[in-house]
Design a binder for this molecule. Structure first.
Ligand code: ATP
Ligand code: MG
Ligand code: MG
Ligand code: MG
Length: 479
């Protein structure tokens, strides 16, 4: 089944069960101090759970663009190294706002996976919340008893707070959850470990695909839980992982969500995917990161030097450097992948089509500007590595790379890590703080100057007065 049909099937299954299909919300949040990007399907519906707003229907279904690159859910370091964590991914979700609860959510998830999608029941595992002393919560026996109708008890596993109590962030709506995992190991591989622990949820080929969250609490700023006015269902299924299972692949990157992008990277770089591990990681990273960056821009978040914009810039610079170092691409090429992306995803997410031109331009410009300093920065970095005695690189050196060559700190850390070195991050932060203080002082001085001289609409630039070595004051004269 093609990915496009898988998404459509999910939506129509729940539409038949009286859910209203809604489009994905933009990924970028502008007015939530607790969250920078949508990191889960429930984030756009937060106010409904809290009882502060009323949805147009108490049953919704959607595919939400999510980005997990900062805060409580940050998967950036995994991306490209494993084959099922992305920066941007689609989360398929069905929603009940004070309507149905555990019974329907569990029964329908099972029906969809095993009857509609035809996944073999024998390769599915489910988990149930075991309870938590600190929060004063007991085991979720209700969910356990419901699952028992469908799943043999040796494949219903207990999970702790970390895995089976879902929270968006440090605050906000939350609740116990049940997750569905699929064992995609081959029969031969299972035979090898027969008799031993077959139920190994940490195995990379036992993949979590769907999380059913039973929303009943709100975590307050002081850490305590309060009951929500109503009980709700929030489910999240990783679309790319579902495609992997249904298309019989071992990696999300081998599904038709990614293969068109990967073929394009191969065509542009004359490298082949699947031959060499380093090349493969680079190709996976780039095919992942272009999606995150392109959709962030399409949603209105341009790369910049602060906040959410800097997160996007960091992701793009990471991709540029992987292309530069491992695919020998010394000129911009990532922007050229937007075309395939828009062809593949434009029907489900029209913003990527309508904004295609601007997305390409912004990415190309960003690639250009970073490539201008990347090469020299890498030369300096190699020199730093050669000169480093011991195992840690100082904050001053990392700061020079950041300040002069535009290397985000996580990129420097990543490259050093590849070379078996560590970074003094605290030292780097101290340097950054110093610079902030310098520029704060500078802006105070120039603001003073500006208010005195800039009191009329028309000025003529007469030149700079250099007051100190670092601070330049611009002088204007009224004309
Ligand atoms: P994992 O344990 O694999 O990191 P999770 O428990 O953090 O996943 P949830 O917060 O439960 O994930 O999100 C719901 C679903 O979204 C998951 O079951 C998974 O299918 C999918 N998902 C989560 N993180 C990612 C990601 N980084 N890339 C792709 N899919 C993801
Ligand atoms: Mg996770
Ligand atoms: Mg998990
Ligand atoms: Mg989960």
């Amino acid at each position: 089944m093609k990915s496009q049909d898988i998404r459509a099937k999910f939506l129509s299954f729940f539409e038949d069960k009286k859910h209203t299909i809604v489009p994905s919300a933009p990924m970028v949040l502008k007015d939530d101090p607790t969250l920078m990007f949508i990191n889960a399907g429930m984030a756009p519906f937060k106010e409904y759970f809290l009882g502060n707003a009323v949805p147009k229907s108490n049953r919704l279904v959607d595919s939400q663009k999510c980005l997990r690159v900062s805060g409580k859910h940050n998967d950036l370091e995994e991306v490209g190294y494993d084959t099922y964590h992305h920066t941007l991914f689609e989360m398929l979700g069905n929603w009940s706002f004070g309507d149905y609860f555990k019974e329907e959510a569990i029964a329908w998830s099972w029906e969809l996976l095993t009857e509609v999608f035809g996944i073999d029941k024998d390769i599915l595992y489910v988990t149930v919340f075991e309870g938590d002393k600190e929060d004063g919560l007991g085991m979720d026996t209700e969910a356990y008893d419901l699952w028992k109708q469908f799943v043999p008890e040796d494949r219903i596993l207990m999970g702790n707070k970390k895995d089976n109590f879902w929270e968006m962030g440090d605050q906000g709506p939350c609740g116990p959850c049940s997750e569905i995992h699929v064992d995609i190991r081959s029969a031969e591989e299972k035979a090898k470990i027969a008799g031993k622990d077959l139920v190994n949820m940490d195995h990379p080929q036992v993949v979590e695909i769907w999380n059913l969250v039973f929303m009943q609490y709100n975590r307050k700023a002081n850490g305590s839980l309060e009951s929500l006015p109503d009980k709700h269902i929030d489910t999240g299924m990783g679309f790319e992982r579902l495609c992997m299972v249904l298309q019989g692949k071992q990696s999300n990157y081998d599904t038709d969500v990614f293969t068109p992008i990967i073929r394009e990277i191969e065509a542009i770089t004359h490298k082949e995917y699947g031959k060499d591990e380093k090349t493969d990681i680079a190709i996976r990273v780039i095919s992942d990161h272009v999606r995150a960056v392109a959709f962030a821009i399409a949603d209105g978040q341009l790369p910049s030097n602060t906040g959410a914009g800097y997160v996007i810039r960091r992701i793009l610079r990471r991709a540029v450097r992987y292309g530069f170092t491992f695919l020998d691409k010394k000129e911009p090429f990532i922007y050229r992948l937007v075309e395939v992306l828009s062809q593949k995803m434009g029907h489900a997410f029209p913003e990527i089509k309508t904004q295609k031109q601007i997305v390409e331009n912004v990415i190309k410009e960003e690639e250009n500007s970073f490539l201008r300093t990347l090469e020299q920065g890498l030369v300096l970095l190699n020199r730093i590595v050669d000169e480093t005695k011991g195992y840690a690189v100082s904050g001053e050196k990392a700061f020079e790379l950041y300040d002069t060559y535009g290397f985000p700190i996580d990129l420097t850390a990543l490259i050093l890590n590849e070379k078996g070195l560590k970074l003094d991050e605290a030292g780097f932060k101290a340097q950054l703080e110093k610079q902030k203080n310098r520029s704060r002082a500078a802006s105070e001085m120039s603001t003073d100057d500006w208010t005195i001289l800039h009191d009329d609409a028309v000025e003529e630039f007469v030149g700079y007065d250099t007051l100190t070595a670092n601070v330049k004051i611009t002088r204007y004269r009224k004309v």
